[in-house]
Design a binder for this molecule. Structure first.
Ligand SMILES: Nc1ccn([C@H]2C[C@H](O)[C@@H](COP(=O)(O)OP(=O)(O)OP(=O)(O)O)O2)c(=O)n1
Length: 126
């Protein structure tokens, strides 16, 4: 295992015991791209297309299965693991896209939740 891989495994262990933030993930993705000289490929349009491609891969997992129960009780562990990977790919490209566009995604999403709550007020209990 290379040094970068070892560091990533250690960080992953830490991340499962602490809540990892969007900013942490964003920084990791920046380091990942820098280490591979891939920053030149990470333009807004490329990242958007990559994310949409991953949404397609995510959709394939559900395709033809019919309706699926919450918690995926009848799924194989390998299918759940695959689902986790595809969800992660979508999330990671989204975070990288936001970063490259200069959007603070945590802040923007928090503001949007407030805006949604104003637009759709909760039902008052009787
Ligand atoms: N130019 C790139 C290529 C990949 N990645 C990262 C972000 C995604 O999390 C993951 C995507 O990798 P792949 O393109 O290999 O896609 P999959 O992991 O889905 O593999 P496959 O399409 O073979 O199932 O790697 C990246 O940041 N920048």
């Amino acid at each position: 295992m290379g040094r970068e891989e070892e560091e990533l495994v250690e960080e992953r262990t830490m991340a499962t015991t602490m809540e990892i933030s969007i900013k942490d993930l964003s920084k990791k993705l920046e380091e990942f791209a820098k280490a591979r000289d891939w920053e030149k490929y990470h333009s807004p349009r490329n990242l958007l297309l990559a994310m949409v491609g991953e949404v397609g891969e995510l959709s394939e997992i559900f395709q033809w299965r019919g309706e699926v129960d919450k918690g995926l009780p009848n799924w194989e562990e390998s299918d759940k693991e695959h689902l986790g990977e595809e969800l992660s790919d979508v999330l990671l490209y989204l975070i990288r896209l936001a970063d490259i566009c200069g959007i603070d995604l945590g802040d923007a999403a928090s503001k949007k939740i407030v805006k949604n709550a104003i637009k759709y007020p909760p039902k008052l209990s009787a």
